[in-house]
Design a protein around this ligand. Structure first.
Ligand SMILES: Nc1nc2c(c(=O)[nH]1)N[C@H]1C(S)=C(S)[C@@H](COP(=O)(O)O)O[C@H]1N2
Ligand SMILES: [Mo]
Length: 368
């Protein structure tokens, strides 16, 4: 057995891991509630890049936990198999919470990596829901674990550190290696959302600058099965409001006031990239069908026949925001078919999954 294993090492790794999991949990909650707001609560549309920041942080921190988790498990590995496995009721409860914590932590990290790599085959369940609920399980087990281990950690860290061993890897050396590994993982992946790091982003599943019109794609027009309908010259955008319904062809859409905004696509998978989008303000279209743009809710629907992300709801703060566009252009060109031609939604502080592409209909409801 390695002499490197000690309460001190485990404590230090545990604190780092606890901080990382805490950041992941809080940013994960933001992502969940932004996408599933509790009834009667609407998220603000500003700051523009808020979700880009929290979700980038979520995935960066999650990936950096891999070496921490590995080292932490290694440092306690022999103790996980102590005999007898159960000594008392309290001991049994503590063992169970540790088993839950290890299982939940591995599930979160492995599932997160599979999702970021878009490899869903090993996950025959809906990843997002599972990731959310297991997150609560992990945090619950983590709090129990912290409560139980706090005295051990306190003793281990207040007692003077033992003399370093004479041969082999030292504790400082091991912690340094773990920190270096976490740093390296960050450097080769964070570039998918932090532009200055896009050069070394060798392992990032997405690069912010690779894709048509300088932006990555989540789902192509062919994958969504919309190429024919999207390119059909008889295309109309149907907008239905409390007072009237209008069908606008591309000429009519282009004849309306055009506006430009620099806004990011911030995917839940952690990549993000800013584009310069031009088109019609959603609030102008809301006014066109006789609703009050300052107090309306909008449902947009894609030409895409099926698919989880074919529709999204735009709550009042985003409808009202002059930066919320039905974009017709990206970076000075007509939208590429993969970016949602002929028209897509783009709004500030909004998860990528809700930036609906290939819009077919817009339904406006005035809030009471
Ligand atoms: N209709 C439709 N819109 C969609 C999607 C989709 O699958 N179908 N994917 C969403 C996701 S998950 C993201 S991250 C963004 C990506 O936009 P981009 O491909 O233009 O970069 O589009 C969103 N809009
Ligand atoms: Mo996405």
């Amino acid at each position: 057995m390695s002499t490197l294993r000690s309460h001190r090492l485990t404590s230090l790794l545990g604190i780092a891991l606890g901080v990382a999991f805490g950041i992941c949990f809080l940013t994960g909650l933001v992502s969940h509630f932004l996408q599933h707001p509790p009834a009667g609560i609407a998220w603000p549309s500003r700051p523009v890049g808020f979700y880009r920041f929290t979700q980038g942080l979520h995935v960066i921190t999650g990936l950096a936990t891999v070496p921490l988790l590995g080292a932490k498990l290694w440092s306690v590995y022999p103790r996980l198999f102590q005999w007898p496995p159960i000594r008392s009721i309290a001991h049994a409860a503590e063992r169970l919470s540790v088993a839950l914590l290890v299982a939940a932590a591995l599930f979160q990290v492995v599932g997160g990596i599979l999702n970021v790599s878009r490899w869903y085959a090993p996950m025959p369940f809906f990843f997002t829901a599972a990731h959310y609920w297991v997150g609560w399980l992990a945090v619950g087990a983590l709090l129990v674990h912290i409560g139980v281990q706090l005295p051990v950690v306190r003793t281990a860290l207040t007692r003077p550190a033992p003399e370093p061993g004479s041969a082999g890897l030292t504790r400082r050396g091991l912690l340094g290696a773990v920190a270096t590994a976490a740093g390296l993982i960050t450097v080769v992946t964070a570039g998918q959302t932090v532009r200055p790091l896009s050069g070394p982003a060798l392992l990032a599943p997405r690069r912010p600058d690779i894709g048509p019109q300088g932006l990555p794609i989540n789902n192509t027009a062919d994958e969504a099965g919309v190429r024919t309908t999207a390119l059909d010259p008889s295309y109309r955008l149907t907008i239905t409001g409390p007072q009237r319904r209008v069908d606008l062809d591309l000429a009519a859409l282009n004849a309306l006031d055009q506006h430009t905004a620099d806004l990011p696509i911030a995917c839940v998978e952690g990549w993000s990239a800013t584009g310069t989008w031009s088109g019609v303000r959603l609030r102008d279209l809301v006014a066109l069908v006789g609703a009050d743009p300052d107090r309306s809710t909008v449902v947009v629907e894609s030409l895409e026949a099926a698919g989880r992300y074919r529709t999204s709801t735009v709550a009042a703060p985003h409808v009202r925001d002059p930066l919320t566009l039905i974009a017709l252009r990206l970076n000075g060109e007509l939208l590429h078919p993969d970016h949602g031609y002929p028209a897509r939604l783009i709004a500030p502080n909004r998860p990528g999954v809700q930036q609906t592409k290939w819009l077919g209909t817009i339904t406006v409801r005035e809030d009471s």
